[in-house]
Structures are given as structure tokens and as C-alpha cells.
Design a protein around this ligand. Structure first.
Ligand SMILES: [Zn+2]
Length: 172
């Protein structure tokens, strides 16, 4: 699938100094955020069109429509429409007609990009949450990560995932 889209218009005079040579940080942030804002909804739409089969019985899963969600990523918070699929009748009890799951694990309206979780936890391990938040929002078009509390909660979630993975590795 090829999609073309116009992302940015970058203008310079002929008389440039070193600071105008190449992309500036604010322009790079603008370009990556614009690209992400186009790319994520396009991918989600393509994914939503894809037929899905039940992993257990192979029956095609019925769609339960779309819901609005948010995708916080390294290159911005992107609003998306997420396809929901009805849980297969082979999975459990009679109320299964009313149960549905969102594709890609978009539970409760949001799924965080693994790279954003990783980078946030990595810098939060080296600096206070507020400093990590400042660093990330200076270099990346992240929205939301500029708050120390957001850095803290994301880091604790990664922490919990690492502890679980280590416990699982030790148990096996
Ligand atoms: Zn099934």
C-alpha cells in the first residue's frame, strides 16, 4: 500500500547561517508529528478492514463497529478509530454476544506505543521524573509526556512489566 501526503513546507532565504542549514529541531518535531498523525490512522483503518479469525476455532470474528481512542507515541498523541470485534461464541458463556475486544490491545480507550514506554522508562531511570519529562518534550513532539506525573506512571507500568517478565523467566 502506497500513500502520499504533504507533511510540511520548509522555507529558507538564500542568505543562510549555520543555524538555517538543514532541519531545525522544531521543524523535525513538526515533520515527524505530521507524519505520525497521517500514518497511524491510515494503518488503523487498513487493520480494521482486515478479516480476523478466532485463534481457537477459526471462525471469522464479527465486527462490533469502531470506538474512539488515543495512541500516545514518541511522535505525538494520535486520535484513532479502533475496530472492535465480538468475542467468538466458542469462547465461554452465553453473554459472549455482548463482549468485544479492540484490535491491538486498545483497552479502555488507549494503547501506549512500546517505544514511548521504553524511552520514558529509560530516561526516568537516569533522572528525576520532571527532568526526564523536560528532556523528552524538548527533543520529541510528545504530548502528555511533559508532565512528571505521566513519566512516573508510565515508568511504574514498565517496571511492573519487567518484574513480571523476570518472575516468569525465573519460574520456567
Ligand atoms: Zn472460536
Amino acid at each position: 500500500m502506497v500513500t502520499e501526503t504533504e507533511l510540511a513546507c520548509i522555507e529558507r532565504n538564500e542568505q543562510i547561517g549555520l543555524a538555517e542549514l538543514g532541519l531545525r529541531l522544531d521543524e523535525a518535531k513538526q515533520v515527524t508529528a505530521a507524519l505520525q498523525a497521517e500514518m497511524v490512522p491510515t494503518q488503523m483503518a487498513a487493520l480494521g478492514e482486515c478479516p480476523r479469525a478466532c485463534a481457537a476455532c477459526g471462525r471469522r470474528l464479527a465486527s462490533k463497529g469502531c470506538s474512539a481512542a488515543r495512541f500516545p507515541s514518541l511522535f505525538g498523541d494520535v486520535p484513532v478509530r479502533v475496530r472492535r470485534l465480538l468475542v467468538c461464541p466458542c469462547q465461554g458463556t452465553g453473554e459472549s454476544e455482548t463482549r468485544s475486544v479492540a484490535v491491538l490491545g486498545f483497552g479502555r480507550g488507549a494503547a501506549v506505543a512500546p517505544e514511548l514506554a521504553y524511552v520514558t522508562a529509560r530516561y526516568a531511570a537516569m533522572a528525576p521524573f520532571g527532568k526526564a519529562a523536560d528532556l523528552l518534550s524538548e527533543l520529541l513532539p510528545v504530548s502528555g509526556t511533559q508532565h512528571a506525573s505521566r513519566v512516573r506512571s508510565r515508568t511504574l507500568r514498565v517496571d511492573a512489566a519487567v518484574v513480571q517478565a523476570q518472575a516468569a523467566a525465573r519460574a520456567s
